[in-house]
Design a protein around this ligand. Structure first.
Ligand code: COA
Length: 329
């Protein structure tokens, strides 16, 4: 039986499209305004993929950067998990496309879909392979291009989302570093609150589904808002409890970047001071599975997270799904 090890983050990377879509640009597209979007969401601008770009474009670039940061060759990677709700195709897995582009010839590869919680789920799965002693080099990528399934005529959703990817390399690390605790939850009774109705086996693509716009994301924003604050609050508290950690030990709190009002309500509920809460939703919008790894990357590259810092990651999303992960960097 292999020995038990702790999995930690040893390299990070991110990639976003170069095209910036501001709130003022959106004013030309739908009946909205910059003040409404900023006040209700905190978002000022987001990055939108070009027509030739797809989820794998950003997943690949973020992966390459994470591998370079970890000093790891693609041939040394043993597993690639791409967390995404907007894969390049229904199949094959986007992880296989990334594996091929990287030349990661020894790696297994699969996608993991848990809405905007996908990255936390994928980190948890990747960390398991390391802590059981099965693998040493795992690449976990959070990547989404929600712009590709957004209804650009629907002002209640099109202002919210952006595209991009973030990637981490997981390897065995020495305690006290590493993944200290994980909480994962789901409740499918809320499946209708956030979904893309057509394009799967229930409602296969047809002229009728295309005409009816059923290949777009639909959402009950108010219900999702309420769920988000409660679920993330509970998961974050449980992750601290199960890791034997206190809320005041958290150096950097990284919630899923969906809406600044959700983040503020959550931080208040957890009694976390604003200076410990990472917010970049103003610059990227909600990038779904990419939001936490992008925020983690920025926290590390700006020195907000240093070696030994305690980061608390927490997410919610379609499914419904939610989860939290405590990480000693
Ligand atoms: C979507 C969200 C920003 C809407 O904010 P809200 O305060 O709940 O706003 P409401 O939906 O109650 O709408 C209020 C009004 O603004 C209008 N409105 C909606 N979108 C608008 C826009 N982009 N610009 C201007 N007005 C808009 C509505 O039509 C409504 O008008 P009415 O009162 O005349 O009917 C908010 O509910 C939210 O962030 N929910 C969570 C969504 C989320 O995080 N999803 C991702 C999950 S991973």
């Amino acid at each position: 039986m292999p020995e038990t090890r702790t999995a930690g983050v040893t390299g990070l990377g991110m990639s976003v499209p170069s095209r910036v879509l501001t709130n003022h640009d959106l004013e030309q597209m739908v009946e909205t305004n910059d003040a409404w979007i900023r006040e209700r969401t905190g978002i000022r601008e987001r990055r939108i993929a070009a027509s030739g770009e797809s989820t794998s474009s950003f997943a690949f670039e973020a992966s390459l950067r994470a591998l370079n940061a970890a000093g790891l060759e693609p041939a040394e990677v043993e597993l690639i998990i791409v967390a995404t709700a907007t894969p390049d195709m229904l199949f094959p897995a986007t992880a296989c496309l990334v594996q091929h582009q990287l030349g990661a010839k020894r790696a297994a590869a699969f996608d993991l879909e848990a809405g905007c919680s996908s990255f936390i789920y994928a980190m948890a799965v990747g960390a398991q392979f390391i802590s059981t002693g099965c693998l040493r080099n795992v690449l976990v990528v959070g990547a989404d291009t929600l712009s590709k399934i957004t209804d650009w005529r629907d002002r209640s959703t099109c202002v919210l989302f952006g595209d991009g990817a973030g990637a981490v390399v997981l390897q065995p690390v020495e305690p006290p570093r590493g993944v200290l605790s994980v909480v994962l939850r789901a409740d499918g009774s809320g499946a209708d609150l956030l979904k893309m109705p057509a394009g799967g086996s229930r409602l296969p693509t047809s002229e009728e589904t295309a005409r009816s716009g059923l290949h777009h994301l639909v959402m009950n924003g108010r219900e999702i808002f309420k769920f988000a604050v409660r679920a993330m609050g509970e998961a974050a508290a449980e992750a601290l409890r199960s890791g034997g950690l206190k809320q005041e030990e958290v150096d950097c709190f990284i919630p899923h970047q969906a809406n600044v009002r959700i983040i503020d309500a959550l931080a208040k509920r957890l009694c976390l001071p604003p200076e410990k809460v990472l917010i970049n939703v103003d610059r990227y919008g909600n990038t779904s599975s990419a939001s936490i790894p992008i925020a983690l990357y920025e926290a590390v590259s700006t020195g907000r997270i240093k070696s030994g810092s305690l980061a608390l990651l927490v997410a919610f999303g379609a499914g419904l799904t939610w989860g939290a992960l405590a990480l000693r960097y």
